[in-house]
Every structure is written in C-alpha cells, then in structure tokens.
Design a protein around this ligand. Sequence first.
Ligand SMILES: CC(C)(COP(=O)(O)OP(=O)(O)OC[C@H]1O[C@@H](n2cnc3c(N)ncnc32)[C@H](O)[C@@H]1OP(=O)(O)O)[C@@H](O)C(=O)NCCC(=O)NCCS
Length: 222
Amino acid sequence: MTTAATALPLLGLRITAGPVELRAVTDDLIVPLAELASAGIHDEDFMPFDSPWSLTRAEEMPRSMGQFHWGQRANFSAARWSAGLAVFYDGELVGSQGISAHDYLVTRTGETGSWLSRRHQGKGIGTAMRQVICAFAFDCLDAEQVTSAAYTDNPASLAVSRKCGYTENGRDVRVRMGKPAILQRVVLQRANLVRYEHELAVAGLAEFRRSIGLDQPDGEPH
Ligand SMILES: CC(C)(COP(=O)(O)OP(=O)(O)OC[C@H]1O[C@@H](n2cnc3c(N)ncnc32)[C@H](O)[C@@H]1OP(=O)(O)O)[C@@H](O)C(=O)NCCC(=O)NCCS
C-alpha cells in the first residue's frame, strides 16, 4: 500500500522500548500535541527553549505546531534532517523527543531536543525517552556521538543528560527573551550511553536509513 511514508519514510518511523513509544508526528497527532503543549511545559518565569514557542496562545498552537512539523517534513534531506517524534508512555501522549542532523553521513552526529507536559515530568520519563533516542541513534543509525544543550538554569534537562552518560562540551552565551543566558553544551559518546532497561523495536527503519543517505543501492552515500 502506498502511504505518506512512501514519500517521506520519517512518517512511518515507530520506536518502542517497554512503556516508551516514539512515533512520527503524523497529521492526526498535531492537534493532540498542541493541546498537550498548551496544558503547560514550564513555569511562566522560566524559558527552557531558544525560541519561546511554548508561549504561543492556545488558539494558535495547533497551527504553529503543524507548521513546525510540516516544515521539518518539507525540508527533510539527507544533508539536513530533523525527526520530531511524539512520545507515548504506557499508551498516553506525554511529549516530544526529536533528533536532527546536518551532514550526518560525514559527522555521524545527532542533536536531541525534548519536552514533556508538566504533569508527566519528574517521573523518569524524560530520562527514558532520551535513552531510547540515543540507543536508536547509535544502534540503528550508526551514530558516533549525540549532542544536546540546555540553559544552565534547567537542572532537570542537565540531570537527564548526566544520567544518560553525556559529558560537558563547552558553553555559549545566547540571547533568551532579550537577555543573556548561558547554554551548556553536552556530548554523549557511543561507549558512554547508560542504556534503558528495555530493548528497542523499530518499525520503518530500513526506509528511514535510506532516507538519510545510508544503505544506498550503489553503496555510495547520497
Ligand atoms: C527536561 C525534561 C524533558 C526532563 O524530563 P523529566 O521526565 O522531568 O526528567 P526525569 O524525571 O527523567 O529526570 C529529571 C532529573 O532532574 C532532576 N531535577 C529536576 N529538577 C531539579 C532541580 N531543580 N535541581 C536539581 N535536579 C533536578 C531530578 O531529580 C531528576 O534526577 P534524578 O532522577 O537523578 O533524581 C522535562 O523536565 C521537561 O520537559 N522540561 C521542560 C522542557 C525542557 O526543559 N526541555 C529541554 C530543553 S533543553
């Protein structure tokens, strides 16, 4: 059967590990994800993201969420790709976990980013979903390292990185909400991943690998 995933294999990707499922953000998930984000991700006086998208008004969030994911689809190429995935825990939509890369065939490096609805935070889900995406990058996409970053006033994200085995990798000064903020970069080498207790099962992997330039029929990366 021909589906949208035939055109863009990202849309057929589904990674499961015990209670955690990372699933491509198909159109049916855009409004539920927008509603989850509007229910609250962080305190009003704290901004964990470079771009303050989480402050988008609830009425506008579905369009904004859709445009973000449609933009990722429209711009997907082997040279520069982003996979924003919906996170389910025990079957319930709880947040989003993404991985993106540029020049991946050369760098073998993916950058992760994530959020959870506030009511699902602090229960170990953030650590589990990061362990899953990192295991996916290393085991299924042949990554050599995974990077991430968080502002220094985001102890939860930095704790997740530490627990997964990342080490510090320099700091940048960024403009956040018009003010300077220190961004802590972190990097995870393949050998240092602290693995999740459950094995991964991946649907749509062969097609996704080809879409990012791996396993080309002539043996040459494209
Ligand atoms: C970052 C985020 C994804 C982590 O998910 P989570 O499910 O809350 O994380 P976990 O429960 O797996 O682990 C959180 C860790 O942070 C620690 N932590 C949380 N708040 C803390 C604080 N104020 N000081 C010190 N440690 C803190 C917890 O103790 C826990 O570590 P532990 O298990 O060793 O005790 C989630 O909190 C979130 O969505 N935050 C808002 C959005 C965001 O910051 N995204 C990342 C942008 S870089």
